[in-house]
Design a protein around this ligand. Structure first.
Ligand SMILES: [Ca+2]
Ligand SMILES: [Ca+2]
Length: 177
C-alpha cells in the first residue's frame, strides 16, 4: 500500500535519498524536511507511484552553503505528482531570497527566487543600512549580490539594487510562486 505521511518525513539526518516503491501521500498536517547543503548535495525523494502533495515543505539550508538566486534543486521525481505543498518554510535569508517550488506532472523542483530584497539586512526597515549592506556584499563579490539573473556580478546588479531600493521600478516582491 501507499505510504501516507501525516507527521514528519526526513530523507536523511543530513543529506539523503528516499525511494518509495509505490505511492506517497502527504496530508495537510505533514511536514517534509529537506536539507540543502549544495547544488549537488540535497535531499531527494523518488516515488514510483503517485506523490500526493500537501502540508508543509520545510527547507533547512546547511550552515556552510549560501543559496544563490536562480539555483534549482530537483527534490522529487514521481510517476505522477498530484497537488502541491500548502506552504514552504525556511529560515530568513539575507537579501530576501526565498524558496519557491516549480511543479511538473513528474517532478518538484525548488528554486531560489528573490523576495523583498530591498530589506537586504532583514531588520524590517528599508533604509540606507540596506544600501550599505548590499554595497558590502556587492563589493566583495558575494554570490548573493547577483540579482539580475545573468549569473554575473557587475554594475548592472548594483544599478538594479538601487532601482529596487529607491523604488524606481516599485517594490519588488515575488514571494508567491
Ligand atoms: Ca533593512
Ligand atoms: Ca547580474
Amino acid at each position: 500500500m501507499d505510504l501516507q505521511n501525516n507527521g514528519s518525513l526526513e530523507p536523511g539526518l543530513t543529506v539523503g535519498r528516499l525511494a518509495f516503491g509505490r505511492g506517497l501521500g502527504c496530508g495537510a498536517t505533514s511536514v517534509v524536511e529537506f536539507d540543502v547543503a549544495g547544488t549537488a548535495a540535497y535531499d531527494q525523494i523518488t516515488v514510483a507511484g503517485t506523490a500526493t502533495l500537501g502540508g508543509t515543505l520545510d527547507v533547512a539550508v546547511d550552515a556552510g552553503f549560501t543559496p544563490v538566486y536562480g539555483q534549482t534543486f530537483r527534490i522529487m521525481t514521481a510517476g505522477l505528482v498530484s497537488g502541491e505543498f500548502d506552504q514552504i518554510t525556511f529560515a530568513p535569508m539575507q537579501g530576501g531570497r526565498v524558496f519557491v517550488a516549480d511543479y511538473t506532472p513528474t517532478t518538484v523542483t525548488l528554486r531560489v527566487d528573490l523576495g523583498c530584497i530591498a530589506d537586504w539586512n532583514l531588520d524590517g526597515k528599508i533604509n540606507t543600512l540596506d544600501f550599505l549592506a548590499y554595497l558590502n556584499a556587492w563589493a566583495s563579490k558575494d554570490p548573493i549580490s547577483e540579482i539580475t539573473g545573468d549569473g554575473v556580478i557587475n554594475t548592472l546588479d548594483f544599478i538594479a539594487f538601487g532601482a529596487i531600493l529607491w523604488g524606481l521600478d516599485g517594490p519588488r516582491s515575488v514571494a508567491d510562486p
